[in-house]
Design a binder for this molecule. Structure first.
Ligand code: IMP
Length: 200
């Protein structure tokens, strides 16, 4: 598989500032120069694939072809067992055009309607794409539970209602460095780093 060379420029194919921050943090030791799709003025493609891997691939390809640079895209989401895995690929859409995650978390709570099944998980698909159309996709997942009410001001999205297995704190309460080292995104990134990046 193709690898990024030391000092290469890499487009982070996302307009989500929370993801840009986490991905840039994870890549910081690996000698690539990152620039976000937003900073390059690249359009956001329609995320109409049925799963995380498909959406990550279409975002990475759009950014790589649009910029002429290798691109890394993240498609991720929060799933509750009591909701049959929802919101899942619709995690961003549950927050509406205003990206109101207070509303999205309230919807999770409301639709769970006091269910005794509090299992939840985050999934992340990362896709590396090159301007000639080659792609490689990596998946990471973290299991945990849904809590209510939301707790903590760190992170983004559904972080305040998720406690990873074995922990006490929500992702919103956790030191960001700890979340970044152990999250679904970190797990997918560990595989991407092995396959596509030079060792740190
Ligand atoms: P998309 O991948 O751009 O479709 O958006 C995924 C959505 O899932 C984000 O907007 C967040 O709501 C949610 N999400 C993904 N990863 C995380 C995370 O690490 N913490 C909290 N929410 C997340």
């Amino acid at each position: 598989m193709r690898r990024l060379s030391q000092g290469a420029r890499l487009v982070l194919a996302t307009h989500n500032p929370g993801k840009v921050r986490e991905l840039a943090d994870l890549l910081q030791p690996h000698g690539v120069e990152v620039v976000s799709a937003g900073a390059l003025g690249l359009p956001e493609p329609e995320e109409d694939a049925p799963d995380f891997a498909g959406n990550a691939r279409l975002k990475a390809l759009a950014a790589a072809i649009g910029s002429g640079l290798p691109a890394l895209a993240d498609d991720s989401g929060f799933s509750a067992a009591a909701l049959g895995g929802a919101p899942g690929v619709l995690s961003a859409r549950w927050a509406g055009p205003q990206k109101n995650f207070t509303m999205a978390m309230e919807r999770v709570h409301r639709e769970m309607a006091g269910s005794a099944d509090d299992r939840a998980w985050f999934t992340c698909a990362l896709c590396m794409a090159w301007p000639d159309g080659e792609t490689a996709t990596f998946l990471g997942r973290v299991e945990g539970t849904v809590v209510w009410p939301p707790r903590g001001a760190h992170g983004f999205g559904y972080d305040p209602i998720f406690v990873p297995l074995g922990g006490m704190r929500t992702y919103g309460e956790m030191d960001p460095a700890h979340k970044h080292a152990t999250s679904h995104r970190a797990r997918a990134m560990a595989q991407a780093l092995l396959s596509c990046f030079l060792p740190a």
